[in-house]
Design a protein around this ligand. Structure first.
Ligand SMILES: Nc1ncnc2c1ncn2[C@@H]1O[C@H](COP(=O)(O)OP(=O)(O)OP(=O)(O)O)[C@@H](O)[C@H]1O
Length: 137
């Protein structure tokens, strides 16, 4: 991950070394690509997101509904990125079984599941209400 020769360590921060905004975005992009490449769940979230967008277009949902759908898609994927980050830090610290490692990874996974459950609920409300309206019910 990251470009060779491209680091920003604690010494750089203490010296207030300049860190171009473009580099910061590039780092974020690296993180997102890493999550896609290594996490099957991230690819599943992306497939569900595409299906949700297609369904939104087909059903013709309104602007506030789109806002809720987009926020849910971003929220689930952001949670998966954070989960991936926590897993990486835990694995960096220990290869051995450790109760705190288990707690950290389980809680990180729990955050993704909570966000996903919320997204499913929002989808049921948004698409369900629109489908009922189209059916004249
Ligand atoms: N070092 C460890 N010590 C204790 N338990 C661990 C450790 N590493 C992993 N586990 C347990 O195994 C589970 C799966 O961990 P793993 O690193 O394989 O994540 P994963 O399968 O990629 O999870 P996710 O589906 O959330 O991305 C954790 O939720 C935790 O319960």
């Amino acid at each position: 991950m990251g470009e060779p020769g491209f680091v920003r360590n604690r010494g750089d921060k203490e010296a207030h070394a300049r860190f171009p905004l473009g580099r910061a975005f590039a780092c974020a992009g690296c993180g997102i690509r890493h999550a896609f490449a290594t996490q099957r769940n991230m690819r599943i979230h992306a497939a569900v997101a595409v299906a949700a967008v297609v369904l939104g277009v087909v059903l013709g949902i309104d602007a506030p509904s789109w806002a809720a759908v987009v926020l849910c898609i971003a929220g689930v994927m952001a949670a998966e990125c954070a989960n991936t980050a926590i897993e990486a830090v835990v694995d960096l610290v220990t290869d051995d079984y450790a109760e705190l490692a288990r707690v950290a990874k389980d809680c990180a996974a729990g955050a993704v599941y909570l966000m996903a459950i919320g997204a499913v609920a929002v989808g049921a409300i948004v698409y369900g209400a629109r489908a009922l309206a189209l059916l004249g019910l």
